[in-house]
Write a protein that binds this ligand. Structure first.
Ligand SMILES: [Zn+2]
Length: 147
């Protein structure tokens, strides 16, 4: 599949951008992601759920809370780098395929790599826990382990 095959329409991009903006989320690098629009909205909602409570994660100025779609190694759902604790990097492969995200996440949770009983939305909750951790220097288990 080429980059162009994965291009979202102008309307889809606009829809997503607006949806994210209303929930104080910056969305990045999605135009050629082939992302599942409904899945991205669900992930944005999950982020918004946390942002409403932990408002410091909204960020400020040029470092607003961002979901950035990108190529990542196969086993990774998402990550936050210490050097950019306002950016939740989301594996494009999963952004395109909710069923794959659901089943791979379930397998990992069953293995104990993530909290048992949590579902795919916890990818967002977990990474936001790391954001909090990187900002404050301690692990906010309550967030990281949120179901
Ligand atoms: Zn982690």
């Amino acid at each position: 599949m080429s980059k162009l095959d994965r291009m979202l329409s102008r309307e889809q991009c606009e829809d997503l951008r607006e949806y994210a903006e209303k929930r104080q989320v910056m969305l990045g690098n999605y135009k050629y992601s082939g992302a599942d629009i409904d899945l991205i909205k669900e992930l944005i909602d999950a982020a918004w759920e946390v942002l409403r409570v932990v408002s410091e994660l909204k960020g400020t100025g040029r470092k607003l809370f961002t979901i950035w779609l990108c190529d990542m190694s196969d086993g990774d759902f998402a990550e936050v780098k210490k050097s950019a604790p306002h950016i939740l990097r989301l594996n494009e492969k999963y952004a395109r395929d909710k069923e794959l995200l659901k089943s791979d996440y379930k397998n990992e949770a069953d293995k104990g790599k993530f909290v048992r009983g949590t579902v795919y939305l916890s990818v967002v909750y977990h990474e936001m826990g790391h954001m909090h951790e990187f900002r404050n220097g301690y692990v906010a288990f309550a967030i990281i382990n949120k179901r």
